[in-house]
Design a protein. Sequence first.
Length: 135
Amino acid sequence: VENGIMQYFVKPLVFTAKHERMMVDFTIRNMRDSLYKSKINFSLYNSEINKIDSFKIMKPATNNIVLTAYDVTMLPISKWKRYFSEVNDSKLFALFASGEECIILVYSKPFQYTFYPKAKSVKKIKKIPSFLIND
């Protein structure tokens, strides 16, 4: 991008919850440097969720919360609900380094929604190029 900063885009991953569908994509800048922020964009389809207070990405095998975002902004798109947030790159590094399955917890007071990855999304996570996660 500039001054030796690399930027990567992770294609949309599909997650589902009861009666809900979410597509999540990531724009990652210089993953190993915590000074930079990565963008997480996601869209909700057929959703009863209007405002998101926070979301977390968790590894279900260990119940380890890998990433939390509290500043979630809704974008003005009329066909579906589109949101974005920024997180430290080091947090995304931890998410992708293991290649493990993850779930997304969305908090919209007073409810929590749990989104599980579709099988194709799990395969995509495992195929993220090694140059993104190796020194």
